[in-house]
Ligand binder design. Structure first.
Ligand code: ZN
Length: 345
């Protein structure tokens, strides 16, 4: 069975093209982080090399060896997983030409165990320019038994010469109800937790699974939202004191602003009577109260200001100054918001 979820249409198209003899030799699997690109690539690898009657069967030797990462014809290359022996003492920021030379060496040998020798390049945008140019040669005339599955979360960084030689498969976010059902049926999640997690993961199964087991992250999110809701009616003095305590870590503060943005988006959706689509369902009572107390224009303005602040922080502006100005811009409203209990999540 296919382990990827929410990709039924892509799978059907892919199976039909393979059955019709139109299989490409290089596929670009594009989509945001944690959407399931690596899982899908391994699904394709199992499908192509499966010896069972209903591929991918998961029980034949080939499927089992791929599941265990032991199949000699399946090669995974990424920043963390080099093909060539890594140069000692150097931290990798790029996939090097040495990896591509090793890849070419392996590609010149016919498949050993299965029907196809498959190269999964996880993060094709991480290839150095030299490595990417070297790879082009093999992409132009690959041996018939070689398949390239190139994964990217940032298609804009992939060389156009590589893109033009690949057939693109775009992975879209999985609908919340499909993801919710998957978390219950496959991961034994309790219904309410599955419902919230599926929404917080915003269509990315890998992220949903991580969240499910990460009570600390869930608690941090609850704390951020509880504090933020308190700040909405707090004095400027309290707001500035809070900013001071946050520190100046760019990534941490950007993540916090993302959490605020999703809350504001929920307020906007609720203000527009689309509350079925909100993410923070455990904060719905407060979101509804905030939506009732604020004008749509005010809500949109807050969203714009938080987005601007996020961009400024990413562009190296002074973190504390940006957050202080933001605190002046967010309207002070006397809304009675209660948050969720500290034990939630
Ligand atoms: Zn099989």
């Amino acid at each position: 069975m296919w382990k990827t979820i929410g990709t039924d249409i892509i799978i059907t198209i892919l199976k039909n093209s393979i059955a019709a003899g139109n299989m490409a030799h290089a596929y670009l699997i594009a989509g945001p982080p944690h959407i399931g690109k690596a899982t899908f690539a391994l699904d394709i690898a199992r499908y192509l090399n499966c010896t069972g009657s209903d591929p991918p069967c998961d029980t034949c030797q080939s499927c089992r060896r791929i599941n265990n990462g032991k199949h000699v014809d399946i090669n995974v290359l990424s920043l963390e997983s080099p093909l060539a022996l890594p140069e000692s003492g150097k931290s990798r920021k790029e996939i090097s030409i040495r990896d591509i030379e090793e890849l070419q060496k392996r590609a010149s040998l016919s498949a050993y165990e299965g029907k196809f020798r498959i190269f999964i390049i996880d993060g094709v945008e991480d290839l150095s320019e030299e490595a990417a140019n070297r790879l082009l040669k093999t992409l132009e005339e690959p041996p018939s038994y070689v398949i390239f599955l190139m994964l990217t979360a940032d298609e804009k960084r992939v060389l156009t010469t590589i893109l033009s030689r690949c057939q693109k498969i775009e992975m879209k976010p999985v609908p919340a109800d499909v993801l919710e059902r998957y978390l219950i049926e496959t991961h034994g999640a309790e219904a309410a937790k599955a419902r919230l997690t599926a929404r917080l993961a915003r269509g990315c199964p890998g992220w949903a699974i991580t969240l499910l087991d990460n009570a600390r992250h869930m608690q941090q999110r609850t704390d951020i939202l509880n504090k933020f809701q308190y700040l909405l009616s707090a004095s400027y003095e309290s707001r500035f004191a809070y900013i001071e305590h946050l520190g100046t870590d760019r990534e941490k503060n950007t993540d916090m602003l993302d959490t605020w943005l999703i809350w504001w988006r929920d307020v906007l959706l609720t203000g527009c009577e689309c509350s079925d689509a909100i993410t923070n369902i455990d904060f719905f009572a407060d979101i509804e109260r905030a939506a009732g107390a604020l004008q749509i224009g005010e809500i949109k303005q807050c969203i714009d200001r938080i987005q601007e602040a996020k961009l400024q922080i990413q562009q190296n502006a002074n973190v504390r100054l940006v957050l202080e100005v933001l605190m002046l811009d967010i309207p002070r409203k006397t809304v009675q918001l209660e948050g969720v209990p500290a034990t939630a999540g």
